[in-house]
Ligand binder design. Structure first.
Ligand SMILES: O=c1[nH]cnc2c1ncn2[C@H]1C[C@H](O)[C@@H](CO)O1
Ligand SMILES: [Zn+2]
Length: 346
C-alpha cells in the first residue's frame, strides 16, 4: 500500500456500529475530569501520559485481561457532565475518520456509583451525542448494554430504561462483558423483555466464547446482529445460520487480535466470511483501549488482508444496511454513503 492509497482510505466514508463509550475516552479528558472532580490519578507528574493506563499492549492474552482496562476510566464517568463530554468527543473522533454514522454503546449501570440512575446515564449520553451531531455533522445513536456479570433484576431495569429512550436517541440493546464466564443463555429473560418491547438486539458472541453462543444469541435471545462473531468458523452450521438469517457481524479486527479471539492477521476470517456471503461490518470496538480508529481498521485490512478500496467501500455499504435505524433514516444514510463514494469514483 503506497501513500496515495492511504490518503484514499482516509477519504472513504465510514460507519462505526460497534464502539464502546468507556473504551474510547481520550486520555487528556480523563486528566481534566480528575482535576474537576478532585480525584487522584496514579501518575507522578501532572503531565505524565495516561495512555498506558488506558490502552492494552501486545502482551494481552485474553478478553478478561482486556476488560481490566475499563476499571481505570469508570470512576471518572459517574457524572452528567463527564458522560456528555465523552459522548460528544466520540462523535468528534468518529468525524476524524470520516464516519457518517456511529452507534455508541455503553452500560448505564456502570455509571450509577455517584447518584445517577441508569435512565439519567442514558439521557446524558444522548445529550452529548446530540451535541456532537450538531458540531461534527455525524449522525449518532446509543446502544444500551446489559452486563453479563450483572443480575437479571438489574438488567431488566436497564431494558426498561432503554425502552423509554427508544427512538429518542437509543437504537438497540446489547449484552457485553466476560463471555467465557457468562454465556448468553443466562440472560434469556432479559432479552425476552427487550423483544416484547420490540427493541432491536445485538449480542457480543463468538469472541471469547465458542460458536454455540452465536447460535444461542440468534435463535434464543433474538439477536438481529452479532458483536464480533469471529469464532463461527468453528462450526459450519453456525456459519450457515448467520448466512441464512442475514445476521450482520460487527467485526472489530484490531480488538479481535488483541483479545486473542483469533490468533493473528493471517487467520482473520473476514475475507472468507465475505466470500461466503455473510454481511460483514468493520468497527473499532474501543478506540482508546485498542489504540484504533476507523481509518486504522481500514488500513489494517488493506495491509494484512489485501482489501482494495472497492472492498473497503463495500464494508461501509454493508454497515448502512446493518444500521439500527428506521427504513427512512437508513435510506438517507445509504444515499449519503453512495454520494460520498461517487465523489471518489467508487
Ligand atoms: O469486546 C468486548 N467484549 C465484551 N465486552 C466488552 C468489549 N469491549 C468492551 N466491553 C465491555 C467493557 C465495558 O465496560 C462495557 C460497557 O461498554 O463493555
Ligand atoms: Zn464490544
Amino acid at each position: 500500500m503506497n501513500q496515495a492509497q492511504y490518503e484514499q482510505i482516509k477519504l472513504l466514508p465510514k460507519i462505526d456500529l460497534h464502539v464502546h463509550l468507556d473504551g474510547s475516552v481520550k486520555p487528556d479528558t480523563i486528566r481534566d475530569l480528575a482535576k474537576s472532580q478532585g480525584k487522584a490519578l496514579p501518575v507522578a507528574s501532572e503531565n505524565d501520559d495516561l495512555t498506558p493506563w488506558m490502552q492494552i499492549d501486545e502482551s494481552c492474552t485474553s478478553l478478561v485481561e482486556y476488560l481490566s482496562k475499563f476499571n481505570f476510566v469508570l470512576p471518572f464517568m459517574q457524572t452528567a457532565e463527564s458522560l456528555e463530554r465523552i459522548a460528544e468527543e466520540i462523535v468528534e473522533q468518529a468525524a476524524a475518520s470520516n464516519c457518517l454514522y456511529v452507534e455508541v454503546r455503553f452500560a448505564p449501570i456502570l455509571h450509577t456509583l455517584e447518584g445517577l440512575s441508569a435512565s439519567d446515564a442514558i439521557k446524558h449520553t444522548i445529550a452529548g451525542l446530540r451535541r456532537g451531531e450538531q458540531m461534527f455533522d455525524v449522525k449518532a445513536r446509543v446502544i444500551v448494554i446489559c452486563m453479563r456479570h450483572d443480575s437479571i433484576e438489574n438488567n431488566l431495569e436497564v431494558i426498561d430504561a432503554a425502552r423509554d429512550y427508544y427512538g429518542k436517541g437509543v437504537a438497540a440493546v446489547d449484552l457485553a462483558g466476560d463471555e467465557a464466564g457468562f454465556p448468553p443463555g443466562l440472560h434469556r429473560e432479559v432479552f425476552e423483555r427487550a423483544s416484547k418491547y420490540n427493541l432491536p438486539i445485538t449480542i457480543h458472541a463468538g469472541e471469547a466464547g465458542g460458536s454455540n453462543n452465536v447460535r444461542e444469541a440468534i435463535t434464543e435471545l433474538g439477536a438481529a446482529r452479532i458483536g464480533h462473531g469471529v469464532r463461527i468458523t468453528e462450526d459450519p452450521s453456525v456459519m450457515e445460520l448467520v448466512k441464512s438469517t442475514r445476521t450482520p457481524l460487527e467485526m472489530c479486527p484490531v480488538s479481535n487480535i488483541q483479545t486473542k479471539a483469533v490468533s493473528g492477521w493471517d487467520t482473520y476470517p473476514i475475507r472468507r466470511f465475505m466470500e461466503e456471503g455473510i454481511l460483514v461490518t468493520v468497527n473499532t470496538d474501543n478506540m482508546t483501549v485498542s489504540g484504533t480508529t476507523m481509518n486504522l481498521e481500514f488500513e489494517m485490512l488493506a495491509e494484512h488482508c489485501g482489501f482494495t478500496l472497492e472492498e473497503l467501500a463495500q464494508l461501509t455499504r454493508n454497515s448502512a444496511e446493518a444500521a439500527f435505524l428506521s427504513e427512512e433514516e437508513k435510506s438517507e444514510l445509504r444515499e449519503a454513503v453512495q454520494q460520498a463514494l461517487q465523489k471518489l469514483g467508487l
